[in-house]
Design a protein around this ligand. Structure first.
Ligand SMILES: [Zn+2]
Length: 91
């Protein structure tokens, strides 16, 4: 009889339970087909949230930079409500 001490043959998914699922695993995986899909989707959802946070941070950075630029322009006497302020400046 051939035994491997490292191969996981029964699904280790716990979820809300205190006992592992125990269904046969997918080859080379720690989970059965059903729970592998659950774990995989949880992973991609986490990655998506991280990306959302990165995008949000970028938007906030741009907004901060924009607000700073507006504040600088206003300090220099530009009226951002005046449509002529962004006219091409010839030098
Ligand atoms: Zn399972």
């Amino acid at each position: 009889m051939k035994l491997s001490s490292t191969a996981i043959t029964k699904c280790t998914y716990l979820g809300d339970s205190t006992t592992a699922c125990g269904h046969p695993t997918l080859p080379g995986k720690s989970y059965c087909a059903e729970h592998y899909a659950v774990v995989y989707q949880a992973g991609t959802a986490r990655a998506r949230r991280k990306k959302d946070i990165r995008v949000a941070n970028t938007v906030w950075n741009i907004q901060d930079a924009f607000n700073e630029a507006v504040a600088e322009l206003e300090a220099e006497g530009y009226d951002i409500n005046d449509e002529r302020w962004d006219a091409v400046v010839e030098d």
